[in-house]
Design a binder for this molecule. Sequence first.
Ligand code: GDG
Length: 724
Amino acid sequence: MAKTIIVSNRLPIRIEKEDGQKVYKTSEGGLATGLGSIYKEGNNIWIGWPGISLSHEEEEEVEKELINRNMRPVFLTEHDVDEFYLGFSNQTLWPAFHYFIHHMRFKDEEWEAYYNANRKFADAISKWLEPDDIIWVHDYQLMLVPNMLRKQFPNVTIGFFQHIPFPSYEVFRMIPWRKKLLNGVLGADYIGFHTYDDMRHFLSSCHRLAGYSYERNQILVKNRLVEADSLPMGIDYDKYLESATSQLAKAKEISYRDSLGKQELILSMDRLDYSKGIPGRLQAFDKFLEKYPEYQGRVSLFLIVVPSRDQVESYKALKEQVEFLVGHVNGKYGTINYVPVHFYYRSFPLDDLSAFYRMCKIAMITPKRDGMNLVCKEFIASRENEDGVLILSEMAGASKELSDAILVNPNDENEMVEAIKRALEMPLAEQKRRMKIMQGTVKKYTIFQWVDLFMNNLKDLKERQQSMATKRLDDELKNSITKDFKKAKNPIIFLDYDGTLMPFNENPDDCAPDAELSQILHQLAVKAKVVVISGRKAATLEEWLDEFNIDLIAEHGIKTKRAGAKWEVNGNLQEDSWKNEARDILEFYIQRTPGSFLEEKEHTLVWHYRKVEKGLGDLRSSELSSHLKHFMTNKGLDVIEGDHVVEVKPSVINKGKAAIERLKGEKTDFIMAFGDDRTDEDTFEALPNDALSVKVGSGFSYAKYAVENNEEVRTLLEKFVMEE
Ligand code: GDG
């Protein structure tokens, strides 16, 4: 039976050594809870690192134990952990993705370790993978895994979820291995982010740095439909509510309260991380007590910092900074019976957390950046009496869902100071109104709903891929078409040129046929009528292709030249009086778009933007197209948006009409057409039903079949002319 394989850097269990004995400690994390409903079922498994480096003998023993718990280990050496995890993951990707560019470092050896560790994960997955399994890879430590698997198993179903933000393309582009990282993730079919902005940034990086175009949230990667999506992660609401209303949590609250005194408490709880904005929060609290001294003695900050990555220098420095600030505030405002900041540098069991969520009326969660932030959702779920106030950073993914919090910019100290005052003074009715709305949201979008949605969307996408993939020209079809071609007495083949027979070149004048193509055309012309049907100028086609003794159709059908004969101009053409006006418009866009240029053909005008900065070229081409469409009303012209070109031409002309014209009076028993862009769609659409049509590249098409690129076209044509 097909199974689901969850993959993350850490397993939902960690092994620790106590007095030389291995102890298995389960993780209480949100992800482990949510995915627990999956990996514990049937033959499903979770693959990841168990959190400790072991000897070979120990590894065997641990693997056996983990198999009983539906887990499979990936063993990492201490070197892997230093370079892959603490190094590349946490000192290159983490700071980049959280916009801490001054903390980023780029080390070749750490990149290599990242690659090798990802390979270890991919190998472990391959070891357990069976046909029809679904793989769900988690987070930034494993960005290369999806494509490593895709190369090995082209049809496997892979989902990827990124738990941290995805930065703007301007920041992501700074990483030397950016393209490899993007291609790594694009090996997945369905790619989830917490917010729409993260998704948008990812798509824009794919477009601008890796050259993929996208429509809405979909990208075609080598003919495979890949979808990015925004899917905010939730929590196990009932678990937090139940824990907060348990007798144990209530008893703990009473005992802590007794020791703490009467102060109002503001909860701050994070892992030790510079992205969480802990110093900024302390500084704002300091400012608050200074600006509103009447609150000194009446309110305290309950500051929990959970140890994390403290072998990394920047984290060590952060810890010292936090300790310094705590000391500073306590020294400045503390009295015998007033502690302004209660500071704990350690983790607590859930009952304690629940007691904290109960006893602190205000939670102040003000990260500088956070993918989602689950603590604020847990606080909301734990507020049994629907009171309390959440001060939340607008830089946390959660802020997109929790607009009834007091939202603050964590870099604006004054705003944070005022937010503390507002929270402390918020009337109970207002607190309840806001809290109820937020509870409604957090209760509705739980971790379980998130898991279901992700899995359903992934399966759905796979089905859509399969229905699209029926068009691919596979080997069996290629063989049977080749047989038909060889049997035919009078075959005719229409070939577009650029993108179909030749790859695109930065310089359009540099595309004369190479030796391989020349040989194919020579041989093909002996066995079939060959018609090159292109948007190019007649003179260019003649210079490059006349020697092959084939038919040429230039400028989308304006001029036609039979093999060995002279050029003829299409009889339907009117005067070109529109050209002067259209040229002025194009010149206007050339001035505003560095790198673009005009190509003037006898009966058409073409604006090229292949060399223009990516986003700008797209923007200007759509502006230009709509400008031209407006100008052309009733002028009998067409505007065609091709591959990095916008072309204006008389509408009486198109490749489809030219192809039909060429077929008149022809007694043919095999018609086939190849083309790659919008203009070739006219050919595919116009040809008789029994004609074969092949789209080169990705995208929807009228063609019956699709191949990947011009090399695949050449290979098929070579097959046609090969002697038996
Ligand atoms: C990453 C992204 C995204 C904390 N202290 C204790 C404790 N915790 C638990 C909390 C919460 C979890 O740890 C922290 O989750 P966050 O979401 O706040 O932050 P990250 O660890 O940075 O997680 C983040 C998340 O992935 C999910 O996609 O939201 O943006 O950075 O559940 O309760 N748990 C216990 N004792 C503690 O002392 N038991």
